[in-house]
Design a binder for this molecule. Structure first.
Ligand SMILES: Nc1nc2c(c(=O)[nH]1)N[C@H]1C(S)=C(S)[C@@H](COP(=O)(O)OP(=O)(O)OC[C@H]3O[C@@H](n4cnc5c(=O)[nH]c(N)nc54)[C@H](O)[C@@H]3O)O[C@H]1N2
Ligand SMILES: Nc1nc2c(c(=O)[nH]1)N[C@H]1C(S)=C(S)[C@@H](COP(=O)(O)OP(=O)(O)OC[C@H]3O[C@@H](n4cnc5c(=O)[nH]c(N)nc54)[C@H](O)[C@@H]3O)O[C@H]1N2
Ligand SMILES: [Mo]
Length: 783
């Protein structure tokens, strides 16, 4: 039986399928092209290295023709699709090649001509596929039709959409408590599907809406909320263009938000100060050839992207920021311009307490905890004190820590001292990850929803949403492990690999009665499944979404709260794909047969979903009109207008003591991070160009002195053991140690492989985020 959408997709006919079947050697681990190599990288970020890498990627994916055509349509105001890569905002001047190397790879990855059809699943059992590397799984191409796991044969077999929805519906209807289901979201889901998805969960009666944000920027949301009464940053790209000083904390921008390079290069050209704070000096912290600047490309002209680099120890940022605040306060004794007293008096509360904490924190402690000298802290403070307008931006280097919330609040403290808020060129600027992770939260993916939102949802949608808070990612894994959550639905993403404590997460998923994965490509989460399992393949963002009322677009929100439309332009990878809104509506109708929500009617025309969203969501008034304006619209940030929705009605200073982040003797603090050639759990190659690595992912970057002390040779094999809060140990064996410019006592390596070392119990008590940047490890020569 074909669905309405399959019929809509049909006129253009299917693209030829290229099933790749046949015997295959099972192989675990990545797919290296040669021997591991390490040669420090000396070239500017982006530029010709990026162009070369893109070309070989387009060739490999067979997309030399489609790829460039699609890329020309990326991130255009109001025509074309939003890059499904990172959440960096689009150029405000309508730049027509607002693209980057990794965005291009990301789009090409989705547009590959390779397909995973029923023949593929018939040829390979799940047990066999379990032996394949994650790279090989995704490399098979796009999923083409719904599949259900058949335990008798251990194969996935085809199922119609109608039957697939009924499998989900029956499982959800059969639960004795709706809280026995959990609905995960990966941050790529468009706003319209997001809204329907949370509506389905809440109409069923649960707030169990774990999302990737729980592993990502939860600390930013909570910190900003507590300090400023808004969970988001307050600045936009125009502010970036106006700032005198930019502080970039814990971001690998050249790999993970490459379009930021343009902003940094522009800032440098106009004489702004740019301070990078990172235990590693990343490629964005030196110089770049601006990705779309053809003259610069032709002339090999690099622009600097940094004026000062500081390398604190892992977790040492808060001590550095407190040190900077201490200096500013010291200066204020003699220089009345050091502080913005008027701003502090009018708009903040808790200043005297914060001043007292700064004064009471001795320099020895600041130096020890930050791993920086007092002279270095002074340098940073001088930049901050001299600038009229400062922006502080950050990403995972600050959030995935026990004290992530306190650190984000410390950033706000520092900004408040000089009134760097609510005016042009100044403010906090978290750099989000997935392209719509911020929109997901705005549109209701929140396991701790506020009453005001639930009241509106109840009134507008005529449902009775549950008021009890739901479970986040860590809690969901725990509950699945205990058998309390029986149905797991993954709206995108790759939960099995992205979550911490891999074996425990696997066991938890396997303990479910039903796991459902809505995906574009085959991944580990399809192989690590419950007693029953479904793969529901969906349209990607580059693809045309035909519905009854015509081709639909969806909206997304970037890191700077700009909401705009994204319109797919490619023929769907298969005629059997459904859009994400259609899949949610199908599951919802099956689970709630008597629901008064007009699920099918919504899917015919996404304007209808947007009309409802306009009534429920703050700042979405007149949604359908405003989202069609050039560049879309910006959701109002109250804190930007100096309206603080905090208990005191003011911006709140926070004054916690500095955390102790110094590793115990013999141990190292390990940060898990991305290589240049990967998108979270998707690995494009085993290279990490800017860090000089080829053909290797199973590595650990260490300070050479720490290696010598342990008798570890350059690129020598090592065993890594992590010790969790509860004393339990986890191991990775046979990794190679790379001598690197990283402070002593610190180490770094790649996610998702290193999730094996991240214990589920090691989550932040402030944000509930898994502590993925400060894993306590010992590293020894391989036994
Ligand atoms: N190409 C590409 N783009 C991406 C992604 C991808 O995988 N590939 N992922 C997307 C997602 S979901 C996200 S959330 C973002 C992630 O973007 P990033 O936050 O850049 O991600 P990570 O690779 O985890 O890198 C963290 C950085 O923090 C530094 N760091 C580690 N510990 C500390 C510390 O204690 N203090 C400081 N100051 N720095 C520290 C590391 O050296 C590294 O430079 O990128 C998004 N964009
Ligand atoms: N140790 C460690 N672990 C981490 C992190 C870390 O820094 N260290 N970072 C964490 C962070 S910040 C994040 S955000 C998570 C990422 O966690 P996830 O968001 O769960 O993982 P991704 O790897 O981004 O998901 C990739 C899969 O998404 C599917 N997909 C791609 N496009 C689409 C689409 O358009 N629609 C749908 N439905 N599916 C699609 C494909 O099937 C693909 O295999 O990982 C977290 N895990
Ligand atoms: Mo993320």
């Amino acid at each position: 039986m074909s669905t309405d959408q399959e019929a809509q997709n049909a006129p253009e006919g299917p693209e030829p399928l290229e099933p790749r079947v046949g015997p295959r050697e099972p192989r675990v681990g990545p797919a290296p092209d040669g021997d591991p190599e390490f040669h420090p990288y000396h070239h500017p970020a982006a530029g010709w290295g990026a162009a070369k890498s893109v070309t070989s990627f387009l060739v490999r994916e067979g997309a030399l023709v489609d790829g460039p055509r699609a890329i020309m349509r990326m991130n255009h105001e109001n025509s074309g699709f939003d890059c499904p890569g990172c959440a960096w905002p689009d150029d405000t001047k309508g730049l027509h090649l607002d693209i980057c190397e990794n965005g291009i790879k990301h789009v090409t990855w989705e547009m590959t001509r390779k397909r995973v059809g029923r023949e593929f699943f018939a040829a390979h059992s799940v047990s066999e596929l379990t032996g394949w590397s994650d790279y090989d799984l995704e490399n098979e191409g796009r999923l083409t039709e719904p599949m259900v796991y058949d335990p008798a044969s251990d194969h996935y077999v085809p199922i119609t959409w109608k039957d697939a929805f009924e499998v989900v519906g029956r499982a959800l209807r059969g639960l004795d408590d709706p809280n026995r289901a959990a609905f995960y979201t990966s941050g790529r889901l468009g706003n319209e599907a997001t809204f329907l998805y949370q509506l389905m969960a809440r109409e069923l009666g649960t707030n169990n809406l774990p999302d990737c944000s729980n592993m990502c920027h939860e600390a930013s949301g909570r910190g900003l909320q507590a300090s400023l009464g808004t969970g988001k940053g307050t600045v936009d790209l125009k502010d970036w263009e106006a700032a005198d000083a930019l502080f970039v904390f814990g971001v690998n921008a050249a790999s993970n938000a490459p379009r930021m390079l343009t902003a940094l290069a522009d800032a440098h050209r106009r004489g702004a100060q740019i301070v990078h704070v990172n235990p590693l000096v990343e490629a964005a912290a030196t110089r770049t050839i601006v990705p779309h600047d053809f003259t610069d490309m032709a002339l090999f002209k690099a622009t600097r992207t940094s004026t000062l680099n500081l390398q604190p120890r892992i977790g040492g940022d808060m001590a550095l920021i407190r040190g900077m605040a201490k200096v500013i306060l010291e200066w204020s004794a003699t220089d009345p311009r050091a502080l913005d007293r008027e701003f502090i008096d009018r708009h903040t509360s808790g200043f005297e307490e914060y001043r007292a904490v700064c004064e009471a924190t001795p320099w020895e402690e600041i130096e020890r905890q930050s791993g920086l000298s007092r002279a270095d802290v002074l340098k940073a403070a001088r930049v901050y004190g001299d600038a009229d307008r400062s922006i502080i931006c950050w990403c995972l280097g600050l959030t995935q820590h026990e004290h992530g919330v306190d650190t984000v609040r410390e950033i706000v403290n520092l900004l408040l001292l000089r009134g760097n808020l609510g005016r042009e060129g100044a403010g906090p600027s978290p750099v989000r990850g997935h392209s719509n992770v911020q929109g997901n939260r705005t549109c209701g993916i929140d396991h701790r929803p506020g009453d005001a939102f639930l009241d509106r949802l109840a009134e507008v949608c005529g449902i009775e949403p549950p008021r009890e808070h739901g479970m986040d990612t860590v809690r969901t894994i725990e509950a699945m492990g205990r058998g309390e959550v029986k149905v797991f639905v993954g709206m995108g993403g790759n939960f099995a690999l992205a979550a911490p404590d891999t074996p425990l997460t696997y066991a938890a998923l396997r303990n479910c009665d039903l796991t459902v994965q809505v995906s574009t490509k085959l991944n580990r989460s399809h192989l690590v499944h419950g007693a029953r399992a479904l793969i529901l393949p969906c349209l990607g963002r580059t693809e045309k979404d035909h519905q009854r009322k015509g081709v639909q677009s969806t909206s997304v929100e970037d890191s700077m709260s700009m909401v705009h439309l994204s319109l797919g332009m490619k023929r769907p990878a298969s005629p059997h794909l459904l859009s994400e809104p259609a899949i949610v509506a199908g599951m919802a109708r099956a689970a709630l047969p008597d629901s008064a929500t007009p699920w099918e009617w919504y899917v015919e025309d996404y304007d209808r979903i947007r009309d409802t969203m306009a009534k429920v969501l703050d700042g979405f008034e007149d949604f359908n009109r405003r989202v069609r304006l050039p560049l879309g619209f910006r959701i109002k940030q109250p804190a930007r207008e100096l309206v603080f929705l905090t208990p005191s009605g003011r911006a709140e200073f926070s004054s916690p003591p500095l955390p102790d982040v110094v590793p115990e003797p013999g141990t190292l603090a390990l940060g898990t991070m991305r290589s240049h050639d990967q998108w979270n759990t998707t690995i494009y190659s085993d290279n990490d160009r800017y860090r000089g690595i080829k053909n290797l992912r199973t590595l650990v970057f260490m300070n050479r002195a720490d290696m010598r002390e342990r008798g570890i040779a350059d690129m020598g094999p090592v065993d890594i053991t992590s010790t969790a809060k509860d004393g339990s140990e986890r191991h990775l064996k046979g990794y190679l140690a790379i001598p690197y410019d990283i402070p002593r006592g610190c180490a770094a390596g790649y996610m998702p492989e290193m999730n094996v070392l991240c214990a589920l119990v090691d989550y932040s008590t402030q944000s509930d985020q898994p502590i993925m940047k400060h894993v306590k490890v010992t590293v020894l020569p391989a036994a």
